[in-house]
Ligand binder design. Sequence first.
Ligand code: SAM
Ligand code: SF4
Length: 340
Amino acid sequence: MATDAFGRRIDYLRISVTDRCNLRCVYCMPPDGVPWKTHENMLSFEEIERFAAIAAGEGISKIRLTGGEPLVRLGVVDHVRRLRETTSIEAIALTTNATLLPKYAAELADAGLRRINISLDTLDPEVYARVTRGGKLADVLAGIDVAFEAGMHPVKLNVVVVRSLAQDLIGFAGMTFDRPLHVRFIEYMPVGEVGEHSCTGAEADGWTIEDHVPSDEILTRLAAEGAAAGLGELAPVPRDDAPGGWGPARYYRFPGAQGTLGVISPLSHHFCGECNRLRLTADGKLRTCLFSDEEIDVLDVLRGGSDEDVRAVIIGALAAKPESHNQRLGTLRRMSQIGG
Ligand code: SAM
Ligand code: SF4
């Protein structure tokens, strides 16, 4: 079991397998994308698998593949299979925009992937096209369907709440009734370059720090709008009954719903004291905190070093993990490069 300098158990590794994406969400990527790394500057799947095997020996038991969009990297299905077969990692999950799930869901399930998080911020096709700069809502809805058809579990929907988007929270709540879909409302985070008025960079569709909505407000709105819509009383879900998670979501449910509604509040109720994770970027840097720009190189060590050298880097990263993000605004890299 690995613990950091503050006694936190670190057992979860988020791996960004690519910084490329087939969408251009305004809060995550500039319109033309970020300058892409060449293949030599990116970890190969073999290098990631070697790192994962060594990290497993140091207490990492859960891995989430993310990006960029992980499904745009060719070979990712076989990568999942090899991670399962060649490492002692207990569980592998994927975070995706779901647009390529109709193509890959069955293969991913066959490779052993069960846990899936799908990102969707609006149920309005025009707003979706605007926020993602060209995405089609129908593709994501089809992706959710095929995830269930492929037997994935749990299927979670990540909704970043942005005040000026005026999202239909009750529309999302309605999606939890017929299927065990777990919708999580996530506070919009100031990641990426921060200008004078801008929350995540000048291109972010005019969004500002005012667009951050604290999770308590999200819950109050959900309860009031749900009651007004006749959905009944929003009740907390006991911890034992909550959809298995590796993060700090708090879950609720409307009566009769198969799925749940969660909130994740990285800013308003920061959960640094329970932080259980490290992040590995696609270009082979370990990040010890989403909001810290201090990165520890792994790529060169994986290319020139022994397993013992790699292990030493992991131990060093655990020792360097900061106690909290201290409400820091902005990071040098964007979310698509860090992996969310
Ligand atoms: N492309 C995949 C996807 O969209 O699910 C995986 C990578 S994406 C960077 C991971 C998650 O980060 C998505 O759910 C996205 O909505 C979220 N995200 C990106 N920028 C964010 C921000 N500034 N605040 C909060 N969440 C953000
Ligand atoms: Fe791509 Fe995901 Fe970022 Fe949107 S949030 S641009 S889908 S990486």
